[in-house]
Design a protein around this ligand. Structure first.
Ligand code: AR6
Length: 178
């Protein structure tokens, strides 16, 4: 499913984010930038150990923020490590999830990227319920496209791994952009 919002194409698709042909791939990170399982594990396997080494040089990213680092062996130019909230543990989960997504898009623009792919941040190991998280993630993307004066992105792709995740995001996106 694809819609154009203020000159930016926003696409919802199912797949493996490491295979996306985009300038920037977003990782669902933790504050210490230690790449564990889930999408981080997949990015690390596909991009090689230099991705973790680059993360170690930076060492820390605050909750709700995002940092762009080079993408190792991936086709992308950057991996943007976005720190979403651990559901039930971190404060202000809604605000922090929204900010993690919004700041990822900002970092991509700052690095002159035209295209970016994002996963369903916080909805795996960090346990954010999918229905709520999908709405927050999509709200941040739609707001960025509609309101951010700095937006120069041509394409934003939300890549969902599982069938159910894809269906939830697709339905939500459809409702939110009617
Ligand atoms: N492509 C796209 N999405 C994927 C892929 C993939 N290859 N693999 C998994 N997903 P998670 P979080 C989906 O757990 O909840 C790590 O240890 C997955 O199905 O990766 O933010 C980090 O180092 C789910 O829908 O991220 C952090 O410590 C979504 O990606 C912590 O987990 C996010 O799941 C982050 O947890």
């Amino acid at each position: 499913m694809e819609k154009i919002i203020n000159n930016t194409s926003v696409k919802i698709k199912q797949g493996d984010i490491t295979k996306e042909k985009v300038d920037a791939i977003v990782n669902a990170a933790n504050s210490h930038l230690k790449m564990g399982g889930g999408v981080a594990g997949a990015i690390r396997r596909a991009g090689g150990e230099e991705i973790q080494k680059e993360c170690d040089k930076i060492g820390y990213c605050p909750l709700g923020d995002a940092v762009a680092i080079n993408a190792g062996k991936l086709d992308a130019k950057y991996v943007i490590h976005a720190v979403g909230p651990r559901y039930g543990i971190d404060p202000e989960p809604e605000k922090n999830l929204y900010n993690a997504v919004y700041n990822s898009l900002k970092r991509a623009v700052e690095k002159n990227c035209n295209s970016i792919a994002l996963p369903a941040i916080s909805t795996g190991i960090f346990g954010y319920p999918l229905d709520e998280a999908s709405e927050i993630i999509l709200r941040a993307i739609i707001d960025f496209c509609e309101k951010d004066a700095q937006n120069t992105l041509e394409q934003i792709v939300v890549v969902l791994f599982g069938d159910k995740d894809f269906e939830v995001f697709k339905d939500k996106f459809d409702k939110m952009t009617k």
